[in-house]
Design a protein around this ligand. Structure first.
Ligand SMILES: N[C@@H](CCC(=O)N[C@@H](CS)C(=O)NCC(=O)O)C(=O)O
Length: 202
């Protein structure tokens, strides 16, 4: 049985939860709050002491982008991870944005506002201000980040943008981003996440 070490409010964990749900896989969710992340047992799973962590048999994998890459290769080869070299390159681009600009912009701002984390506010605002117009312009021209279908690029990039309101980012300013996160939430099997509004198909 797959185990997913996670919390309900972690956008990084939700990337993996969406992938598992869309793949129609069963998993055992292992709630891993801040106290649990300090335990020796959790440190033995991941030296970073961060969620999500994915365990399947002998495989233990940390980092949401890495776990998505694994799941795509295992369960949707030549599709979720890209059909062509060009698509694979484009998917790597959005996974990089997820781990850099989205993590250090909207996700960091949410962490500060919702959970009281100390962050470099000005820097996070600047990262978000630089990145949001880029993805908005892309999504104004494309229904999905890469190709004409859902890929792991969408799974990696969407949670912290769907939750941007919790970071005091007004999604009304970014309509294409909002329509895209609604589109993902309308997919059959989408797992609910607190703060990500439920949708019907569009
Ligand atoms: N690059 C990692 C980042 C994971 C991450 O930041 N996880 C957060 C929860 S969303 C965490 O465990 N924070 C606790 C900590 O850093 O100590 C990923 O994409 O999975």
């Amino acid at each position: 049985m797959i185990q997913l070490f996670a919390t309900p409010l972690s956008g990084n964990a939700h990337k993996v939860r969406m992938a598992l749900a869309f793949l129609d896989l069963s998993w055992d969710e292992r709630p891993t709050d801040a106290a649990a992340r300090q335990s020796d047992a959790f440190a033995a799973l991941t030296p970073m002491r961060q969620i999500p962590v994915y365990v399947e048999g002998d495989l233990t994998l940390r980092d949401s982008q890495a776990i998505l890459t694994y799941l795509a290769a295992r369960h949707r080869p030549g599709d979720w991870g890209g059909r062509t070299p060009e698509e694979r390159g484009e998917i790597a681009l959005w996974l990089s944005h997820a781990a850099n600009e989205i993590a250090n912009g909207p996700a960091a701002l949410r962490l500060a506002r919702q959970f009281g984390a100390t962050i470099a506010q000005d820097q996070a605002q600047a990262v978000a201000a630089r990145f949001l117009p880029v993805i908005e312009a892309h999504l104004a021209q494309h229904r999905w980040l890469v190709g004409d279908r859902l890929t792991i690029a969408d799974l990696a990039a969407s949670p912290y943008l769907a939750l941007a309101g919790e970071a005091d980012i007004d999604l009304a300013r970014w309509p294409a981003i909002g329509e895209w996160t609604d589109r993902i939430a309308a997919l059959p099997g989408f797992p609910a996440m607190p703060g990500w509004p439920a949708q019907t198909a569009n």
